[in-house]
Design a protein around this ligand. Sequence first.
Ligand code: HEC
Ligand code: HEC
Ligand code: HEC
Ligand code: HEC
Ligand code: HEC
Ligand code: HEC
Ligand code: HEC
Ligand code: HEC
Ligand code: HEC
Ligand code: HEC
Length: 362
Amino acid sequence: MTRPGHRSRSASACARVLPWRWVVVALGLAAMSIAGPACTWNPVERDAGAAGTAGTARPMSADRGDGVDQAPLWQADAEGYLGLEVCRGCHRLETAHWEDTVHAAAFLEQPRTALERRACEACHGPGAAHIADPANRSAIFAFTREAGASIEHMNAACLRCHEGGARLHWPGSMHERELMACVDCHNPMTRVSGRGLLRARNVNETCFGCHPTQRVELRKRSHMPLLEGRMDCVDCHQPHGSATDPLLDAATSFELCTRCHADKRGPFLWEHAPVTEGCTSCHLPHGSNRDSLLATSPPYLCQQCHAQIGVANHPIELMTPRNLAAGGSAAARDPRAIGRSCVTCHAAIHGSNHPSGARFHR
Ligand code: HEC
Ligand code: HEC
Ligand code: HEC
Ligand code: HEC
Ligand code: HEC
Ligand code: HEC
Ligand code: HEC
Ligand code: HEC
Ligand code: HEC
Ligand code: HEC
């Protein structure tokens, strides 16, 4: 397990601000006699603007010297909100990228709530204090630890719209307890992934960032086809939390695996007890260097549970008289220990519907 350090952004957004805009901005700041107070917007209170910076930004009007006042360049509403176009004025690139996301489509084309109509400020909070003093990093709610945002606040800013649903088990989940933020996996500012607004180009790459062990497991001889692009982590895991450890997207591994491997679900006339208990007593979920993702190769796999000596039909442990007498010669090697071993004969190991399949031979 590795965990990347807290993200830091070295390239200042200043670099992306157009020079001519700066002239306008300088004029704007000069025209503002009072700088707005620091951002006190608190998404935890779930009430946009209630703790906002009410009416601190003054509308700016540029006097051209001919005595005619121009229309204000920006006008904050009573709660300190400015609207998308003001943000675009200085953040052209970020705005263009953001407009390519699901949020932009929802907020700009079909807003369902007043908050969604706020566009940028639905997440960043009211911008009045920020434009009064763009260099003051605590004047706008940015989603970085370095800008002073607590994880609780960052997550609350997303959860106010995304609580419940798949996030029902987020509180108390392993990722939440590890103090992760939604934005450790998501980046809502630009469309990097096909779906899910993820930080990396797909689900697997997003998870590998912190779970390199799984990448290694998926390269083993027998493995689930994730690197081949046929499935991804969220086919089995619920990254937002789940009632089943470890973050499984089903109540049991039996339920999970038989979603796709329906032939192993049964019901069988003759059930093999450990199969109904869960697939992971014999299989590894990600990858294995043994056949069929097995945790251990037969006969050892079977002997973990079937170690009885001298049972009615045949001795099961490896130290059979035949095995010992053969002295290891290949010709006489016990068929119970070679090749597919026990499953050469007990082929219907997941259960049998054959009338005489009680021993899983067919
Ligand atoms: C007057 C120009 C200007 C306007 C208008 C403006 N910004 Fe900024 N913004 C800046 C500058 C400059 C920075 C870079 C500050 C820095 O890196 O120190 C910045 C930085 C930011 C940051 C990053 C802060 C951080 O700590 O990483 C966010 C988020 C942001 N702006 C959001 C907005 C939003 C939302 C709006 C619209 C409500 C907006 N800005 C309007 C100039 C502006
Ligand atoms: C759905 C919530 C959301 C909306 C809506 C949103 N942002 Fe952001 N913004 C974020 C998050 C989260 C980050 C931190 C991204 C990261 O960690 O890289 C961020 C980062 C930023 C930054 C810092 C620089 C950067 O690109 O990382 C700026 C500037 C910014 N946003 C401006 C805007 C502007 C302008 C708009 C509207 C056009 C906007 N944001 C809309 C959530 C949002
Ligand atoms: C003002 C409400 C609001 C806020 C705040 C908000 N979202 Fe959303 N989000 C939406 C809406 C609306 C959609 C569109 C899909 C839908 O109908 O649910 C959406 C969609 C998404 C999607 C699905 C993208 C896809 O490709 O299907 C993700 C992921 C997401 N949001 C993450 C976040 C994160 C992370 C934050 C916090 C930084 C956040 N959202 C903040 C309202 C919001
Ligand atoms: C460990 C990584 C991770 C974390 C942390 C995380 N997500 Fe996600 N999220 C994902 C992945 C992966 C998807 C699925 C994308 C897909 O199906 O392609 C997703 C999907 C979503 C979606 C769209 C599908 C849906 O379930 O509605 C929303 C909305 C969302 N996340 C919001 C959040 C919010 C809010 C938080 C913080 C409380 C959060 N996520 C934290 C990884 C994460
Ligand atoms: C920013 C880092 C980070 C990212 C990205 C991340 N995880 Fe995790 N994950 C952790 C940490 C930290 C733990 C707890 C320590 C551990 O068990 O290794 C954890 C634990 C887990 C666990 C074990 C949970 C348990 O109860 O033992 C699973 C399963 C998991 N993550 C799945 C995912 C999936 C799926 C994704 C991608 C959608 C993902 N993680 C992305 C950091 C991350
Ligand atoms: C085929 C379903 C499946 C897929 C796909 C899958 N997992 Fe798992 N994962 C499981 C199961 C089942 C367990 C529990 C194993 C156990 O209980 O022995 C698990 C356990 C884990 C654990 C806990 C530590 C461990 O190895 O037991 C982590 C972390 C994890 N998975 C991460 C991931 C990541 C990251 C991905 C995507 C690259 C992923 N998983 C894809 C089914 C899956
Ligand atoms: C989302 C669907 C899905 C889920 C869930 C799933 N699998 Fe698979 N599994 C596959 C696919 C696809 C293959 C590859 C089959 C192929 O290549 O013909 C596969 C292959 C296998 C193989 C054969 C591997 C080999 O090398 O021959 C085993 C064993 C297996 N899965 C066990 C499991 C177990 C155990 C679980 C539960 C932890 C599980 N599967 C969950 C889709 C799934
Ligand atoms: C008692 C141990 C055991 C349990 C429990 C078990 N398996 Fe298997 N499984 C095996 C063995 C052994 C093989 C190899 C069979 C062979 O080589 O013919 C295998 C092979 C497979 C294969 C690949 C070959 C095929 O038959 O398609 C899949 C897929 C599979 N198991 C899925 C599952 C699923 C799903 C579960 C849980 C419902 C499960 N297994 C539970 C022992 C087990
Ligand atoms: C996790 C423990 C476990 C593993 C591993 C396991 N089994 Fe079983 N097996 C059982 C249990 C429990 C029963 C039911 C015993 C009973 O009904 O008395 C059983 C029953 C059987 C039976 C029927 C026995 C009877 O008396 O009806 C056969 C045959 C069998 N297993 C073969 C195998 C083979 C071959 C393997 C290896 C591929 C294997 N088992 C792996 C636990 C296991
Ligand atoms: C050459 C074929 C063959 C191989 C290989 C084989 N078995 Fe059997 N096994 C049988 C036959 C035949 C029976 C008796 C079937 C009956 O009575 O219906 C049996 C019965 C069993 C039983 C039930 C015990 C009882 O008293 O009826 C178990 C458990 C068992 N085998 C486990 C194993 C294990 C574990 C291995 C691998 C070490 C293994 N078998 C390898 C053919 C085989």
